[in-house]
Design a protein around this ligand. Structure first.
Ligand code: GDP
Length: 166
C-alpha cells in the first residue's frame, strides 16, 4: 500500500473542506466551520492496475486558506507527496490563485503529482465551463455539492502517485 500526504490548497471558500468531506464521507453539508490550522483526514482509493488491485491511502492536509503562496514557507508542506489545488469557478481571481499555487507547487516539489480543481461546477452555466487555461492536463471541473468529477479527479491523482512509485 502506498501512503501519500496530499495538501489541499486554494483560497478560502473555494470548497477545499467540502471536496474532502465529499470524498471521505460522501456528503455535502453546505456549511463547515472555517478551518483553523489544519484538519487531517484519510481516504483510501482502490486502483485497478492491469487487473491488479492497488490501494493508495491519501492523507489529506486541509489548511487554513489564508496562506496564499506563503503556505510553502510553512511547516505544513513538509513531506508533501502531492496536492489538490482548488478554485471556485464563479470567482476568476481564485482561478488565478490556483494557477499561481500550481506553479509554486511544481517549483517546490518538481515532478510530484497534483490536480488543479475548479469547483462549484453546479453554479456554472454550460457556456462558462471553458475556463481559459492553456494546459488542461492537470485540470478537473468538479462539484463538491453534487459530487460530479470529484472521484475521477482523486483517481487520476492516485494513479499518478502509483505510477511515480514504480
Ligand atoms: P474552503 O474554505 O476552501 O474549505 O471552502 P468550504 O468547503 O468551507 O466551502 C465554502 C463555501 O462554498 C461553503 O458555503 C460551501 O457550502 C460552498 N461550496 C463548496 N463546494 C461547493 C460546490 O461544489 N457547489 C456549491 N454550490 N457550493 C459549494
Amino acid at each position: 500500500m502506498l501512503t501519500a500526504k496530499v495538501m489541499l490548497l486554494g483560497d478560502m471558500g473555494v470548497g477545499k473542506t467540502s471536496i474532502m468531506y465529499r470524498l471521505v464521507f460522501d456528503r455535502f453539508e453546505g456549511q463547515y466551520k472555517t478551518t483553523l490550522g489544519v484538519e487531517i483526514l484519510t481516504h483510501d482509493v482502490m486502483l485497478d492496475v492491469g487487473g491488479e488491485r492497488e490501494l493508495v491511502r491519501i492523507v489529506f492536509w486541509d489548511t487554513d486558506g489564508d496562506f496564499g503562496t506563503q503556505i510553502f514557507d510553512t511547516v505544513y508542506v513538509t513531506g508533501a507527496t502531492a496536492a489538490i489545488i482548488v478554485s471556485d469557478g464563479t470567482r476568476p481571481q481564485t482561478v488565478t490563485r490556483m494557477i499561481e499555487l500550481a506553479a509554486s507547487f511544481e517549483a517546490r516539489f518538481p515532478g510530484r503529482p497534483y490536480r488543479a480543481v475548479i469547483n462549484k461546477a453546479d453554479l456554472l452555466a454550460a457556456d462558462c465551463k471553458n475556463i481559459g487555461i492553456a494546459d488542461r492536463s492537470h485540470v478537473d471541473l468538479v462539484s463538491a455539492k453534487t459530487g460530479t468529477g470529484v472521484a475521477v479527479s482523486i483517481a487520476e491523482l492516485a494513479a499518478a502517485l502509483h505510477r511515480r512509485s514504480l
